[in-house]
Design a protein around this ligand. Structure first.
Ligand code: DOR
Ligand code: ZN
Length: 434
């Protein structure tokens, strides 16, 4: 098995950027050949294999396989929303070679049997790599810590009670300390449940006009500030999930300046939409934390630009159409994101917020560093590679989705840029046929 990816614009953030070829042999990167190198390129790969498959990457961006550090795959327990196979299919079609899946399944991933189940299903699907995040507390109930050592041995790379904030600060402290010793990431869903309770969307004029209860920015920043305080107390790293407010961005920026080992992610909906979107999209624009104001949106973009926000996650949170169709107040939180993240995030480049290589870093090497997993296009590494056509223009349509769910506020949007080939361990797992 040999691939010769020819003539693409290779961007391996922090290592190599330029036109060239990549040769893949037996699932690993065998060579990176800059354009204009003395060796004629196809002949070069013939020295690795007599009949390589040639992939014409001219006009394409060739990046390390994209990594989504925050998805909900829903299996076990909610297979009507998504399965591990359908979620992994959505991932590779969106350009992701690896995802980190949250523990709020049924049963919760608080036991090695669930971690092993997820990994077995992912292996059966044979598409994206799946890195499970296990729960911090049993049943996500915020009381009894899980066996992190056992969960790590079973394959969990991180711990998180995502979906539910962890209220008990002492328990969070111990979790940070233990996880740091085990080199597991701790992902914090930072919201004060008391301030969130009853809230349907962002607290502000739109909520008032729609006549629904709001969730104030402070619900998020209170917990972000707590995590930063615990981080300073323990010296252990914490990763803040789905940053949505300007106060959170400011707190993280200042903490980083002090040398606190805090990292953060945001999602495309927070840098593209505001709570105004709820008027038009209703429950398909409902998530936790909620879409905020224009000031927050701009602060999130600034946080991405200045490095305060390390990475982009999707928080892919599928829900079945009938579950979302019960009205704004009763509908569950969350939107899908795996198949829209690449074009939506590329808008940051066309709008001058990030350079292309900074964007790629936020979707590949940065999440990899936080989760402690491999990523990059260096010789010898697993050949996880994404090819992006930056010029492809199309409309986001539900018929394009491989996810089982359709809950997206981006349906009907005209976008530019698309993952056109996804390679995992040297195997082409997605090839665009648009
Ligand atoms: O909107 C959200 N949906 N936020 C979360 O934290 C959980 C997620 C879900 O599981 O649906
Ligand atoms: Zn969350």
């Amino acid at each position: 098995m040999c691939l010769h990816i020819m003539g693409g614009r290779i961007i391996d953030p922090g290592h190599y950027e330029g036109t060239g070829d990549i040769v893949v042999v037996d699932g690993r990167i065998a060579a990176v050949i800059p354009a204009g190198s003395p060796a004629p390129t196809v002949d070069a790969s013939k020295s690795f294999h007599p009949a390589p498959r040639i992939v014409d990457a001219r006009g394409r961006i060739v990046t390390p396989g994209l990594i989504d550090p925050h998805v909900h795959l829903r299996e076990p327990g909610f297979e009507h929303k998504e399965t591990i196979a359908s979620g992994c299919r959505a991932a590779v079609c969106g350009g992701f070679t690896a995802v980190c899946c949250m523990a709020n399944t049924r049963p919760v991933n608080d036991d090695v049997s669930v971690t092993r189940f997820i990994l077995a299903r992912a292996a059966e699907a044979g598409l994206a790599r799946v890195y499970p995040a296990a729960a911090i507390t049993m049943g996500l109930e915020g009381r009894v810590p899980c066996d992190y050592e056992g969960l790590k041995a079973a394959g969990a790379v991180a711990i998180s009670d995502d979906g539910r904030p962890l209220l008990d600060s002492r328990l969070m402290r111990r979790a940070l300390e233990k996880a740091a010793r085990l080199k597991m990431a701790v992902i914090s869903h930072s919201e004060d449940p008391y301030l969130v309770e009853g809230g349907v969307m962002n607290e502000g004029p739109v909520a008032t006009e729609l006549g629904v209860a709001g969730i104030p920015n402070a619900a998020e920043s209170i917990m972000v500030l707590r995590e930063i305080a615990l981080c300073e107390l323990t010296g252990a790293p914490v990763h803040i999930a789905h940053v949505s407010t300007r106060e959170s961005v400011k707190a993280i920026r200042e903490a980083k300046k002090r040398g606190v080992p805090v990292t953060a992610e945001t999602a495309p909906h927070y840098f593209l939409l505001t709570d105004e979107a709820v008027r038009r999209h209703g429950a398909d624009a409902k998530m936790n934390p909620p879409l905020r104001s224009e000031k927050d949106r701009l602060a999130v973009r600034q946080g991405l630009a200045d490095g305060t926000i390390d990475c982009i996650a999707t928080d892919h949170a599928p829900h079945a159409p009938e579950e979302k169709a019960v009205g704004l107040e009763k509908a569950p939180n969350g939107i899908i994101g795996l198949e829209t993240a690449v074009p939506l995030s590329l808008s940051l480049v066309s709008e001058g917020v990030l350079s292309l290589s900074a964007l790629i870093a936020k979707m590949s090497t940065a999440p990899a560093r936080i989760l402690g997993i491999p990523c990059g296009l260096r010789v010898g590494m697993p050949a996880d590679v994404t090819l992006i056509d930056p010029d492809l223009e199309y409309t986001i349509e539900p018929s394009l989705f491989r996810s089982r769910s359709r809950n997206s506020p981006f349906l009907g949007m005209k976008v530019k840029g698309k993952a056109v080939m996804t390679i995992v361990a040297g195997r082409i797992v997605f090839e665009d046929n648009l």
